[in-house]
Design a protein. Structure first.
Lengths: 305, 276
């Protein structure tokens, strides 16, 4: 297995990455109906139809950043800003249309199998075979990463105990567990393969405050004791503030700010008052979104141009 | 080297163990499906038992007809079960929502297919033996002159090419998240029609007879009938094995190659994410 050589290494490199998707084109008859309908409401709104009928959306737009080994790197952004697409690109589940992504110097396209051995991911939706028990799901997941059954069984019990899962739940079907409990099993599954780069896509969504803290402590522990690098997306500003070394704010597929939590706060501070990370987020994304929405919803495009 | 092999073995075993766990957890469905399959096999073989009464002829060898239909039923049940298990592996994962996790793991598709194939063959064999035993208990059939070893060999060799076809068919749910699983049934229907499951292919229109020669099930059925009903087919058993081996050698690597291409396409277009 690949071993990083020193602590100042770049763990994840994202260089000018673009990812676009084709979306279903609006049929001509629907365009015509919409056009006549909207023309009746607003004579100047015909310029909007071309935007709505376009076939390509850009989910990640020329994104560049790197994550140092042993760093906890946060990605914040409103819904639909491209956070999950970015995580999927890093997970080798999507291929970039442009740019390059490297994990410890290994290109995710050319060396995908080596990269896969180094990473693991926890997604917002705990994806499991719901009829199977945590034990059966975890053993399946661990074997895919080459961990033996007995070793996986022992480690899984340790991790789940640490995350506060009852022992009796270990052999019951996942469908009988709460969403929060399922999420804890998902976290245990990712930790079982001992990844040196862990991708966490809103891992604490749906967890109660106590469970959130347990998971956050576990993430910190993983970084400190296993030298892991962690890239996390979250909507929880307090969580981001508490555990992230640096944070990138993503909006409409673009990075609008990247700094330490304190650095971001300084960026938008007024009158010497330190804003919360939530205020920073609203300042950098919400306000801008409102402005853009205002423009695109009420002003014809030819006026904008 | 040994460590590498151990890793590959564990990965393939992961799929075998997972699938048997799913069978265990969905045992109710297995019982239903088994009962349906037995009823289906019986209803087909009773056509043989009733052939005399249906046609009004008294000189029909009903035992032969029952055995003929039973072989067709069991072979089709076996091959269809393998095909379903392979072709639906993606549909299952989409349904459960685990497809991204499986595709993100450092597993070569060959290891995944190997695990899935071993499971499919063991599962289908157990299923077919149970159906065969139950149906045979309804009739007094004489298999004293049957060549069971050759029949098993032909069945196993034939199953390889069906695995290959299943792998190709499994691309459909990968490319078409909503309709892909249903589309695999069309592939299966084609083989059901042209392979001579319940009738000799000579009764088919000429153009369908040509297509029948491209179906591995045709050779499996002819080979099985030659082994289990001696004297009915005037050919050496090896003449059925060679086409099957050739089809297996072509279809297996071709299936994996096409699957890898399709996987790359889905990663390009973002179709893995869809769960519908």
């Amino acid at each position: 297995m690949f071993k990083p050589t020193n602590n100042t290494q770049v763990a994840v490199l994202v260089d000018d990455v673009v990812k676009q998707f084709n979306v279903a084109a609006v049929p001509v008859w629907r365009k015509l109906i919409r056009r006549s309908h909207q023309a009746a409401e607003n004579g100047n709104s015909t310029e909007l139809k071309a935007r709505r009928g376009k076939e390509v959306i850009t989910a990640v737009d020329h994104v560049t950043f790197n994550v140092q080994q042993n760093e906890i790197f946060g990605v914040l952004g409103p819904n639909g800003s491209g956070k999950s697409t970015l995580i999927r690109l890093l997970s080798t589940l999507l291929l970039p249309d442009q740019g390059r992504i490297e994990v410890f110097g290994l290109d995710i396209e050319k060396n995908d199998m080596q990269v896969k051995r180094l990473i693991n991911r926890v997604s917002v939706d705990a994806a499991f075979f719901k009829k199977l028990s945590p034990k059966e799901n975890l053993l399946y997941g661990a074997r895919l990463y080459g961990v033996s059954g007995p070793e996986a069984n022992r480690k899984a019990k340790e991790i789940l105990k640490r995350l506060g899962l009852r022992e009796s739940s270990y052999t019951s079907p996942m469908e009988d567990m709460s969403r929060g409990m399922q999420q804890k099993v998902a976290i245990a599954r990712a930790f079982l393969s001992q990844p040196i780069v862990l991708l966490l896509d809103e891992p604490t969504t749906g967890l109660d405050p106590r469970s959130k803290l347990e998971v956050q402590a576990f993430i910190n522990e993983l970084r400190d004791t296993h030298n892991a690098t962690i890239l996390i997306t979250t909507h929880d500003m307090n969580e981001a503030d508490a555990i992230c070394d640096r944070i990138a704010i993503l909006d409409e597929g673009k990075i609008v700010a990247l700094d330490t939590p304190d650095g971001l706060k300084k960026l938008v501070s007024h009158n010497g008052q330190t804003p919360s990370l939530e205020e920073v987020f609203m300042q950098l994304t919400g306000k801008e979104l409102v402005e853009k929405d205002d423009l695109t919803d009420f002003v014809p495009e030819k006026v904008l141009a | 080297m040994i460590k590498g092999l151990q890793l590959e073995f564990r990965q393939s075993y992961a799929f075998i163990a997972r699938n048997f766990n799913l069978v265990k957890r969905y045992w109710g469905w297995e019982v239903v499906w088994l009962a349906y399959s037995i009823a289906n096999a019986l209803s087909v073989t009773f056509i043989g038992a009733g052939a005399g009464e249906i046609t009004g002829q008294t000189d029909i060898d009903t035992d032969f007809l029952i055995t003929y239909l039973l072989i067709g039923t069991l072979v089709w049940r076996f091959l269809a079960s393998i095909f379903n298990n392979i072709s639906e592996m993606i549909a299952w994962e989409r349904w459960e929502g685990t497809i991204e996790y499986t595709f993100m793991a450092p597993v070569r598709r060959f290891n995944q297919m190997l695990g899935q194939t071993v499971f499919a063959i063991i599962y289908s064999l157990i299923f077919t033996v149970i159906i065969g035993a139950v149906v045979a208990s309804f009739f007094e059939l004489d298999f004293s002159e049957a060549d069971l070893v050759s029949a098993t060999l032909i069945l196993l060799v034939g199953s390889l090419s069906f695995v290959g076809i299943g792998v190709v068919a499994s691309i459909l749910p990968l490319l078409y998240p909503e309709r892909g699983a249903q589309m695999t049934n069309i592939v299966q229907a084609f083989f059901l029609l042209v392979s001579g499951i319940y009738y000799p292919i000579s009764v088919l229109p000429k153009w369908l007879q040509v297509l029948a020669r491209f179906s591995p099930a045709t050779y499996v059925l002819e080979g099985m009938r030659a082994a289990l009903l001696p004297g009915t087919v005037d050919k050496e058993l090896t003449s059925f094995v060679w086409p099957l081996l050739l089809m297996g050698l072509v279809m297996l690597p071709l299936g994996i190659y096409l699957f890898q291409r399709a996987e790359r396409y889905t990663k390009r277009t973002g179709k893995l994410k869809r769960s519908g």
